[in-house]
Design a protein around this ligand. Structure first.
Ligand SMILES: Nc1ncnc2c1ncn2[C@@H]1O[C@H](COP(=O)(O)OP(=O)(O)OP(=O)(O)O)[C@@H](O)[C@H]1O
Length: 811
């Protein structure tokens, strides 16, 4: 058992602003100190006692410039090592919104070097597994999200198609030993690093998909990524099971400060409530002599029960933003951390016996004992007595009874079946005699005593038999259960493999055009990733116009540059990997080429030695051979280092692919949101216009007297000049903003058959000018008369015009 307090670390988020308000001292023998020097004017604002200096102790504080690698080495690696040894481990990040919790736990979404604790820990663990061939490791992953006190499975494929609220809730079940079980939370097997990273990606994508502006899940939900590890020595019946929880908590901001109302306030209260219960548990644990710890008050504390004051090695990272306006929250975070540091955990090695292996071992033991017995007796003991054996035994018993010699022995050998049979035969005879069956005299006292003894022995033997029967049936039951579990696992695996087979192959580049095309080859590769974006592919195929708008949208998106950079980097890395692959082949060929003359040289020397009949000739120093060996050694070294580099490149390429795929999903999501907002704003504006004129087809613009329902064009310069013009990448347009520059076009109600063109017929090269000139011609925008369709068309035209007016013609 390892007794340890929860380890606390601090991490400061980088800021460009003046940061003279704090100092870090990592040199202290007793740990590190983080000191806040709050100016008096600021102190007036948020604390009453006007303290100016706040000093907090941590194990270590990671200042702004510290990189992800160092955080991993110091914090996560020791925890991962304990988990490998068979202890449970937890790392959780706590801090206000935007202070860097997700960056620390999962990592940044832009660069490979920004990988956080989860991907780095996965990499580290799988590498350790591959280095340790003496053990068999199996890993499963679960990813739980707690939002408004409800648990959701982030690896549930239904995420794509359903709203968060419609998904099955994860339920907490407690067994009589007070162990927590989570119903509806899937455990997915991950055989290697790639599969584990795909699961992480799937969960993060599902979390992002469920997000709406009203539900910024990343800020308001708690996420627990858990790796379940099972370690066993081949052939041994003991195994070690351990769990590693990597937890990204919701922002700890105080509700009063957030200025929220309505639904957001309700959410904030829930989050604060669950963090409040977390605090309650921590306070209770840090107080001596507290017998009741209120774990059951919230889902978060129930799930993390072991991590807080239980069987776990736990580490907390307090994330802080140190610009002045965040100082009070940072100080609260530090205070919380100080309380957490008082909690003592007692981690034990989670060792258990594997029932399947135990049964197998017992069966083997039984078999070898049987064989041993058969060897000693020279007889096989399997099965029932044969008819011949029974006849022989009956004759033996009869002869035994008939023999007048009182010392006569019934020789049956050490075979329990025969002994049992003879006893039952004797019993039957005795009973028969008692009933007066053959008229013989009643038994003597000695005979009676004998028979009583025999009966007692029979009873004893029968009891033994019942015991053995029970044992056997228990073992058989256990075996059946294990078999069923194995079959289920195989079936599940088969399903996964089938699912994966149906997913199409990965395309590493991010191309905008095929992004939204149904059945496009540009889909995400293996199962988990494939499932993450299937919902996008299932949607209806986009019209050419929407597709075009999407292309422009992507070009103008805030993430565009990062995506392009990552694409370039991915290309570079792939080219480098190809080059190293070729180098490896060449090096292998060179080694083989060098081996040939070496072989010849050795053979020649051996022949020479035989001819000279001289052993020393064979062991003589040979400069040619020495030279060849040196060359081979050098080539081998170069080969090994190239393999190492290739491995690192592979991980980086896979990560870049995941980043690009995540960016892809985000782009699609942003685009759909932006598009529907545009559409609804057009609808709204139409409705307003109608209500102003009082006629269903009227507008606020004067209608052409000869063609009722026609609307006068509004110069598109209005669009360009609008100060509140939205940036599509940011999706921040308000309905009011949009209404102010929605072009009200002179278009006929219904489709213009003479033109026969639809909006989607416009190609960027030929028609973009006609749409971005000062007026929109009535003949260029045919409407259908269907309110919804017309709203879509107008939304498209407006969106397109809006984009083109800023971006120029598509290249
Ligand atoms: N150490 C860091 N280095 C560089 N960028 C960082 C660092 N920490 C945080 N950031 C950036 O700051 C922003 C907010 O960080 P992050 O999303 O991790 O905060 P958070 O605490 O998880 O917020 P929330 O509570 O809303 O989930 C992100 O853009 C992130 O990339």
């Amino acid at each position: 058992m390892v007794k340890q307090t929860i380890q606390i670390y601090g991490r400061i988020k980088p800021t460009k602003k003046n940061t003279t308000v704090y100092s870090v001292d990592n040199e202290e023998q007793t740990g590190a100190f983080l000191e806040f020097l709050v100016p008096r004017d600021l102190a007036d604002g948020f604390v009453n006692n006007k303290r100016e200096c706040y000093k907090f102790r941590f194990l270590k504080v990671f200042d702004q410039a510290v990189e992800q690698e160092e955080v991993f080495e110091n914090i996560a690696k020791p925890v991962a090592d304990s988990v490998l040894a068979g202890y449970n481990g937890t790392i959780f990040a706590y801090g206000q919104t935007g202070s860097g919790k997700t960056f620390t736990i999962t990592g940044g979404a832009e660069h490979y070097s920004d990988r956080g604790i989860i991907p780095r820990t996965l990499s580290y663990l799988y590498e350790r597994f591959s280095q340790d061939s003496s053990m068999v490791y199996t890993t499963h992953i679960s990813y739980l999200e707690i939002y408004n006190e409800m648990g959701y499975d982030l690896l549930d494929s239904r995420h794509e198609a359903s709203r968060l609220e419609d998904l099955p809730k994860v339920l907490i079940m407690e067994d009589p030993d007070q162990n927590i079980h989570l119903k509806n939370l899937s455990l997915q097997q991950s055989a290697n690093e790639e599969e584990a990273l795909n699961l992480l990606f799937l969960g993060d994508t599902n979390r992002m998909i469920a997000e709406t502006p009203m539900n910024q899940a990343s800020t308001r939900s708690h996420c627990i990524f858990t790796m379940h590890l099972c370690r066993r020595e081949p052939g041994s019946a003991t195994l070690r099971r351990s769990k590693l929880h990597l937890v990204d908590l919701a922002g700890s901001d105080r509700v009063s400060k957030t200025g929220l109302s309505g639904q957001l306030l309700t959410e904030a209260k829930y989050i604060n409530l669950s963090l409040h219960y977390l605090e309650q548990v921590i306070i209770a644990l840090s107080e001596k002599n507290r017998s009741h710890i209120p774990y059951r008050n919230s889902m978060l504390t129930s799930v993390l029960r072991d991590s807080l004051g239980g069987n776990c090695m736990t580490t907390m990272i307090a994330t802080m933003a140190v610009d002045r306006r965040n100082l009070d929250e940072s100080i609260s975070t530090c205070r919380f951390a100080q309380r957490v540091a008082l909690i003592k955990n007692e981690a034990i090695l989670n060792e258990e016996l594997d029932p399947a292996l135990l049964i197998a071992r017992l069966k083997r033991e039984i078999q070898s004992l049987k064989e041993e017995l058969a060897m000693l007796t020279g007889e096989q003991r399997d099965g029932q007595l044969t008819v011949e054996e029974i006849q022989r035994l009956e004759e033996l018993v009869k002869a035994f009874l008939d023999d007048p010699d009182p010392d006569v022995m019934l020789s049956l050998g050490p075979d329990l079946r025969r002994i049992q049979f003879c006893f039952s035969l004797l019993k039957m005879m005795i009973m028969d005699k008692q009933r007066g069956g053959n008229g013989k005299a009643s038994p003597t006292a000695a005979e009676r005593e004998d028979s009583q003894q025999s009966a007692a022995e029979v009873t004893k033997l029968k009891e033994m038999m019942t015991h053995r029967d029970n044992e056997i049936s228990i073992l058989v039951k256990m075996l059946k259960k294990e078999k069923k579990r194995a079959q289920d696992a195989v079936a599940q695996l088969a399903n996964t493999v089938n699912g994966q087979r149906t997913a199409s192959q990965d395309a590493s580049g991010l191309s905008t055009t095929p992004l939204l095309r149904e059945g496009s080859p540009d889909s995400i590769s293996t199962g988990h990733r494939g499932r993450a974006i299937q919902h996008m592919k299932r949607g209806p195929q986009l019209s050419m116009g929407k597709q075009e708008a999407f292309e422009i949208f992507v070009r103008d998106h805030e993430d565009h540059l990062t995506i392009e950079d990552n694409k370039k980097l991915l290309k570079q890395r792939s080219a480098e990997a190809r080059r190293i692959g070729e180098e490896l082949n060449e090096a292998r060929n060179r080694i083989n080429e060098l081996k040939k003359p070496l072989e010849v040289q050795r053979r020649q020397r051996a022949a020479h030695a035989v001819m000279q009949n001289h052993q020393e000739v064979e062991e003589e120093y040979d400069p040619v051979e020495e030279n060849l060996c040196k060359h081979i050694e050098q080539e081998k070294k170069a080969y090994k280092s190239a393999i190492g580099r290739l491995k690192a490149l592979r991980t980086e390429i896979e990560h870049l692919q995941l980043l690009l795929e995540r960016a892809k999903v985000k782009l699609q999501k942003d685009f759909h949101q932006w598009w529907s907002r545009e559409a609804s704003s057009v609808q709204e504006s139409e409705a307003t216009a109608r209500s102003h004129t009082g006629s269903p087809g009227g507008t606020s613009q004067p209608s052409s007297p000869s063609t009722p329902g026609f609307r006068a064009p509004v110069p598109s310069s209005t669009v360009r000049d609008s100060p509140s013009e939205p940036h599509p990448g940011h999706c921040s347009t308000s309905v009011q903003d949009l209404r102010s520059y929605i072009p009200v076009m002179a278009v006929p109600e219904g489709r213009d058959e003479t033109l026969g063109r639809t909006v989607s017929d416009f190609t960027p090269s030929s028609d973009w000018r006609s749409l971005s000139t000062t007026t929109l011609s009535s003949s260029s925008i045919p409407l259908t008369g269907d309110q919804q369709a017309d709203a879509d068309i107008l939304a498209f035209v407006r969106a397109r015009q809006n984009l083109l007016s800023r971006t120029g013609p598509p290249r």
